[in-house]
Design a protein around this ligand. Structure first.
Ligand SMILES: CC/C=C\CC(=O)SCCNC(=O)CCNC(=O)[C@H](O)C(C)(C)COP(=O)(O)OP(=O)(O)OC[C@H]1O[C@@H](n2cnc3c(N)ncnc32)[C@H](O)[C@@H]1OP(=O)(O)O
Length: 719
């Protein structure tokens, strides 16, 4: 829909009205087409202003409509007609002009932006390219290098940057619509030829070929198999080398391919998945829109190791005042130095002063008495955590929220120590916590809705994507990681090498394969967890078979590697060899090859050739199977939660939508068949046994992932 008003002094005002972001639905495009035609035909109208309702210009095409057949006026002719009209059209950009919204503004003859507006062409993040002329008009307006950067990254920019680049003509702090009307009155008699962007010549840099080639190399490296960024470079190349009309044909052809791709479907699903996880609910019925979070002004972080440092930085950067506590003096000083250095670096980048006045360090837990919330971030050692929670409940005021950054220990056990279990939740950050976007907010049996709402809201304030999850070993992310890592280890026993497994996973799109990732985070992390779980270490009876635990197959290779002091990058060797402790470049290690050969000989295992498909099937499908189990148990609320966790926390390639979406794309029947096949071959590996939910979904005809929540609800109500 679009509202038409003929206002003072020969100006027509067209207002896009489609809350919440005035997306260009078929109805809005109808409204624009009709209103523009009316304004152009009305002899008393001399100029047009285009704006959006509620201070939002336009959030682009209506993504919800992409799933159905295209109806309503086509984008390109609609925009071409506005540009070709003989009356000046001024875009009044408030809030945002994104995607099709910016393309609409680019076909206007002038653009006025409010100082707080954000602009961009984020189509690439939805697996598309700006196909309403964006790839052809933007390069004509601002040149090739800046267009390449904006179109291939989809970055949103400020009004000030847009002015500098030449995308907008004026930035104002006043009501942009009123300023645009005054502006329209001033330009209504001016010639329009030079204002039609499509008619302008592209200014190409002298090193055009090298620039395009370099950009393509960088984009391919970053894309990890995503096709849209590559198409974006090709479209800008077309703008640089072809006349407008032919460039538009290239843009249209490439959009045709992208629009129907699985990657576009995955990325558009993921866009809505991100928004769905913010609408959390608890089994009690409490949810995001009926529970008020408590304000958090003052917080404490306990432990200044890697996690504590990152959490402290994130809290301070979000404007929360923090007391960071570390009992060891050396660790306290090292942590203090590191936290301050990161905050100063961040502030320098933004050109502001570091908010160091919000920060206090202490070696005494008694100094945190008045805080609203505590995040404990010490080692994964239950005994230590219990001791801290006991002290916390005596030093903190009665309504202080007590949070733990455990990556998988039982929240209920910690809550039971405190005498205020309703105030206890997990806040599981990912390393490095000041950079990683994911936060799992873990609700225990007694966590109050208010405690969950507060942790979720604090996460959002810290710039995190917060996902509410239930309490079980490893919660959602690490629980699913266990069978994935287990399969990778079994593959080594059966004949694969770490680099072979990693290569398959990296080609699939992970930033790092399982073994390179383990070297980066430190092999001792998992070792400690396995010791705590009684799978290795002194608690295991000497008579027990090294390859069996609790009646199931066990792969002890990682434990044996740790026993050699090979803990990953920090010791200069782990699954790979590094040039020095702390080195980053992983090289295949002949020691590991020899070790694996000796290990196989010792246990009577015969190495066999293992192909890429088997590596992917066993690692990914066992992880996905555990995802189904987490859904079945109610630990994850919906497939979107699992997918958001895996994309933001475990570098699952976003253009594959996340593990649960991927399962749907591959076909649930195929996932089930492969799991059955591998479970038959390895009956002593329970994680390969297909979950009940997967079986039931397949039996019900494999409904699309968007319908699983309803299916799971019905399945539970029948139990
Ligand atoms: C030929 C094809 C031509 C053009 C192609 C395109 O234009 S593709 C679309 C390009 N646009 C975008 O990618 C923008 C997507 N939206 C956003 O980035 C953010 O939503 C935005 C606009 C910056 C607002 O962010 P904010 O944090 O304020 O709100 P939120 O993200 O929660 O969104 C509020 C609700 O609006 C829905 N929504 C947003 N954009 C669109 C859209 N383009 N189409 C449909 N719906 C959109 C979003 O899902 C939220 O809905 P809700 O039901 O409240 O969860």
């Amino acid at each position: 829909m679009a509202r038409y008003a003929h206002i003072k002094d020969s100006v027509a005002l067209i207002t896009l009205t489609n809350p919440p972001v005035n997306a260009l639905s078929a109805a809005v495009r109808h409204g624009i087409t009709e209103s523009v035609t009316r304004a152009l035909r009305d002899p008393t109208v001399k100029a047009v202003v285009l704006c959006g309702e509620n201070g939002k210009f336009c959030g682009g095409a209506d993504i919800r409509e992409f799933a159905g057949p295209m109806t309503g006026p086509a984008f390109v002719p609609m925009l071409d007609d506005i540009e070709a009209g003989d009356k000046p059209v001024v875009a009044a950009i408030e809030g945002m002009a994104l995607g099709g919204g910016l393309e609409l503004a680019l076909c206007c003859h002038y653009r006025i932006a409010h100082s707080k507006a954000r602009l961009g062409l984020p189509e690439v993040t939805l697996g598309l390219l700006p196909a309403a002329g964006g790839t052809q008009r933007l390069p004509r307006l601002i040149g090739i290098p800046a267009s390449l950067e904006l179109i291939t990254t989809g970055r949103h920019i400020s009004a000030q940057e847009a002015l500098k680049l030449g995308i907008v003509d004026q930035v104002t702090d006043k009501n942009a619509c009123e300023v645009a009307v005054e502006f329209a009155q001033r330009v209504m008699d001016k010639p329009l030829e030079s204002r039609r962007v499509s008619q302008q010549t592209v200014q190409c840099p002298p090193d055009l070929e090298a620039l395009l080639e370099n950009t393509m190399v960088q984009v391919k490296k970053r894309a990890r198999g995503a096709i849209a960024p590559v198409a974006c470079v090709k479209a800008v190349r077309a703008a640089a080398t072809l006349p407008y009309k032919q460039g538009m044909e290239r843009e249209r052809d490439m959009m045709g391919t992208l629009f129907n791709s699985g990657q576009a479907r995955a990325l558009q699903y993921f866009f809505f998945a991100q928004r769905a996880v913010g609408k959390w609910s608890l089994p009690s019925g409490a949810c995001w829109n009926n529970t008020k979070p408590k304000p958090v002004h003052r917080a404490a972080v306990i432990g200044l190791g890697t996690m504590g440092r990152g959490i402290t930085v994130s809290l301070v950067a979000a404007g929360v005042s923090v007391v960071a506590v570390e009992v060891g003096e050396k660790q306290l000083q090292a942590g203090k130095q590191m936290v301050m250095a990161i905050l100063e670096r961040q502030a320098q980048k933004k050109g502001v002063a570091a908010p160091l006045d919000l920060l206090r360090f202490s070696n005494n837990l008694k100094d945190i008495g008045g805080v609203d919330l505590v995040i404990e971030a010490v080692f994964e050692d239950m005994a230590l955590k219990k001791q801290i929670f006991k002290e916390l409940s005596s030093v903190c005021k009665i309504d202080t929220l007590l949070c733990t950054n455990t990556s998988g220990l039982d929240i209920d056990v910690l809550a039971s120590i405190t005498g205020r279990p309703q105030q206890v939740v997990g806040m599981h950050f990912f390393a490095p916590a000041h950079m990683m976007k994911l936060l799992e907010v873990v609700h225990g049996r007694h966590s109050s809705p208010e405690a969950v709402a507060t942790a979720m809201s604090l996460g959002k304030k810290m710039g995190k994507v917060s996902v509410a999850v239930g309490n079980c070993p490893g919660f959602v992310g690490n629980r699913m990681l266990m069978p994935y890592v287990e399969q990778a280890n079994f593959l080594l026993e059966e004949g694969a090498t770490p680099e072979q497994v990693d290569q398959a996973l990296e080609e699939f799109g992970f930033a790092m394969g399982v073994f390179r990732m383990s070297d980066l985070s430190g092999l001792d992390v998992g070792w400690r967890v396995r010791k705590e779980a009684g799978l290795t270490g002194p608690s295991v009876a000497a008579t027990e078979s090294p390859r069996k635990r609790q009646g199931r197959r066990y792969g002890p290779i990682a434990d044996l590697i740790c026993e050699q002091g090979r803990l990953g990058q920090k010791t200069g060797c782990g699954w790979y060899l590094y040039d020095r402790p702390g080195g980053r470049e992983a090289k295949p290690d002949p020691w590991i090859r020899r070790f694996l050969e000796e290990y196989r000989t010792k246990h009577g295992l015969k190495a066999r050739a293992i192909d890429k498909q088997e590596i992917l099937d066993r690692c990914l499908f066992s992880l996905i199977n555990e995802g189904f189990r987490a859904l079945e148990d109610g630990i994850a609320a919906g497939p979107e939660d699992v997918d958001v966790i895996y994309v933001f926390g475990y570098s699952w390639p976003r253009h594959m939508g996340g593990p649960m979406f991927y399962a749907g794309m591959v076909g649930l029947a195929r996932v089930l068949e492969r799991l059955e096949h591998y479970h038959q071959a390895h009956p002593d590996v329970p994680s390969l046994q297909p979950s009940t939910l997967l079986r039931r979904l397949v039996a019900s005809g494999s409904p699309p992932v968007q319908q699983w929540r309803g299916f799971i609800k019905r399945m539970r109500s029948q139990l």
